[in-house]
Design a protein around this ligand. Structure first.
Ligand code: MRU
Length: 338
């Protein structure tokens, strides 16, 4: 069975709690937009495209609770303003992945804001994300050489999207084409999305891989055991500067030094042409306890100062190619509006 991170269940959103994986498969029942906001904020659902899809369903839940009987234009405008607190609340859940804001804006621009229309837009966003990922997989697989040993970071698979995945979607498609010999999956400190989630997905599919500590990546490249690095993205500026999980930039620097191609994979909903460069991308700072504790047990000295950015920005000049559903983009990158 293909993995799906969430499913609409008629009157609520069922969401696979990614904090409990890989040891337990627990499904949450989200019945209000506040439930969805909390699930995004607390990372029960994570990954840029998956956050966007969840947020759209959050607005669908909000719209269900607002039945307005005014006729015509007045009704639509009242529904739009009634949905504003939910939009603002969902938008405040996480700052870096632009897919969240893209999905909220798309829903709020509907000509009809009634519950059926909002739900059907949320479903369309989910369906289109899966289609975009399948296209990314096809385009990206053309960059994967035969017998490739691919290195990746974080989780960019089915769990992080509506299905198939972005960077991991390329791995899936290329593996099905017989091109991938081995995947190296970075642990992804501090939340361990690579060790917990990517490893879980790769094991389910029988794709040969090994997990490494993030700090082992450069020496693996030096010993010639990486042919290609493929990563996802949370926001891509017009010039190709790419925000992704913290540690991605270090991989790009090491890849350039060792002559290893470095590929970014993302749907066009991750592009932010309103930002000329990555300097304007807001970088989420997460709780200190992600570092100071392991499984709830304190490991750092009490009072230890911590800086815990969730993302970093890789300059476009270090990126060999950016793969979207539209094809393979090569530098110099220039992503315009539309
Ligand atoms: O903090 P997370 O787990 O939401 O971060 C996820 C990532 O950085 C992914 O690599 C990115 O969203 C691309 S997902 C297809």
């Amino acid at each position: 069975m293909p993995i799906r991170p969430m499913e609409w269940a008629g009157d609520h959103l069922r969401l696979l709690d990614q904090r409990r994986l890989p040891l337990e498969e627990v499904w949450l029942e989200l019945r209000t937009w506040e439930d969805v906001r909390d699930a995004i904020r607390d990372m029960a659902v994570r990954g840029a495209p998956a956050i966007g899809v969840a947020a759209a369903y959050g607005l669908a839940l909000a719209a269900r609770s607002l039945h307005d009987t005014l006729p015509g234009h007045a009704r639509v405008e009242r529904e739009r303003s009634s949905l504003e607190p939910a939009r603002a609340g969902l938008a405040a859940s996480r700052p870096t992945a632009v897919n969240l804001f893209w999905a909220l804006d798309r829903v709020m621009a509907l000509p009809d804001m009634g519950p059926e229309a909002v739900l059907s837009e949320a479903r369309a966003i989910e369906r289109e994300d899966l289609e975009m990922n399948l296209a990314i997989g096809e385009h990206g697989a053309s960059l994967v050489p035969a017998g490739a040993r691919v290195l990746t970071i974080c989780n960019t698979g089915s769990l992080a999207t509506a299905g198939h995945g972005t960077a991991l979607g390329i791995v899936r498609t290329a593996y099905a084409q017989g091109k991938v010999a081995h995947v190296t999956s970075c642990e992804t400190r501090p939340r361990q999305q690579g060790l917990r989630l990517t490893a879980w997905e790769l094991m389910r599919e029988g794709i040969p891989f090994s997990s490494i500590a993030d700090s082992a990546a450069a020496s693996l490249m030096r010993s010639g055991r990486v042919d290609l690095v493929v990563v996802g993205a949370d926001r891509i500026a017009a010039n190709g500067d790419t925000a992704n999980k913290i540690g991605t930039y270090a991989l790009a620097v090491a890849a350039r030094y060792h002559g290893v191609p470095f590929v970014v994979a993302a749907p066009s909903s991750t592009l932010d042409p309103s930002l000329a460069t990555g300097d304007g991308i807001p970088i989420e700072e997460r709780d200190a306890n992600e570092l100071t504790e392991t499984e709830g047990v304190r490991v750092a000295p009490i009072g230890c100062p911590v800086f815990n950015p969730g993302f970093d920005v890789t300059p476009g000049e270090l990126i060999t190619a950016i793969v979207t559903e539209q094809g393979v983009h090569r530098p110099p990158f220039s992503f315009g509006p539309g």
